[in-house]
Design a protein around this ligand. Structure first.
Ligand SMILES: O=C(O)c1ccccc1N[C@@H]1O[C@H](COP(=O)(O)O)[C@@H](O)[C@H]1O
Length: 228
């Protein structure tokens, strides 16, 4: 399997087909992101997850700040979503309990880069032993905000954080069609599994732009996902 393209923050009925058609193999759906502009109710999450699966080539990803494992498990059961992106500072115990309660879940734990350093670096062995399937490197904004900063990670910081990670990793944070070359050293690592994008996938008004998504896929050498 080649590298993955995940696009984050679908909200409209048309988004899943648009994103899958433009090359996204993973579509991020927010639930449990308080105040987030793409936050979905449980009903809406279930409906959009169905629409993502109906594309035949893309898989829905629950993107969440939730740390309540019972609530997370209930959402996965209700929606049939397998991929979970723990985007906040959920501790390793949440990963362990989630994998125990939902063994089929594919757990993506975000590692936050701030001021050039990985905030959770000391906890990587614990997240790994707890059952994390993939890590995702993302940036923390100057004001402490996480998720969709639209601000590029420094390539040297990414390389330092990604080198030696014991699980495959995705890159995020200000990635777009034109900056794959900046991260060539990180994407050459054996664990590189793909990228995760929000801001650069959208047109000026905020709606997803299929041409922008296709350009990101082309710029990062990501081919069309195989039918699932
Ligand atoms: O997109 C968001 O606002 C968001 C909110 C909460 C959790 C994750 C979120 N998105 C993540 O942001 C990065 C990509 O951001 P960008 O390309 O720099 O805008 C990615 O990890 C998304 O999953």
């Amino acid at each position: 399997m080649g590298p993955l393209l995940k696009v984050c923050g679908a909200t409209r009925d048309a988004d899943p087909a648009l994103l899958a058609g433009a090359g996204a193999g993973l579509v991020g759906l927010w639930h449990g992101v308080p105040g987030g502009p793409a936050e979905l109710s449980a009903d809406r999450l279930a409906r959009l997850a169905d629409a993502v699966r109906a594309t035949g080539t893309a898989e829905p990803v629950l993107v969440t700040f939730l740390a309540d494992v019972a609530a997370l498990t209930a959402v996965l059961r209700r929606t049939g979503i397998r991929w979970v992106q723990l985007h906040a500072y959920q501790p390793p115990g949440v990963v362990r309990a989630l994998k125990a309660a939902a063994p089929d879940a594919v757990v993506v734990k975000v590692l936050h880069l701030r001021d050039g350093a990985c905030v959770e670096s000391r906890f990587v062995p614990f997240y790994t032993r707890a059952g994390t399937d993939l890590f995702l490197l993302d940036r923390v904004a100057e004001d402490g905000r996480v998720g969709s900063t639209g601000v590029a990670l420094a390539p040297g910081d990414v390389l330092r954080a990604a080198t030696g990670l014991p699980r495959p990793f995705l890159l995020a944070g200000g990635l777009g069609a034109g900056n794959a070359g900046d991260y060539a050293a990180a994407t050459a690592l054996p664990g590189y599994a793909g990228i995760d994008v929000d801001t650069a996938a959208r047109a000026a008004g905020g709606a997803f732009d299929p041409a922008a998504v296709a350009a990101i896929a082309a710029g990062w050498g990501i081919g069309a996902p195989a039918p699932s």
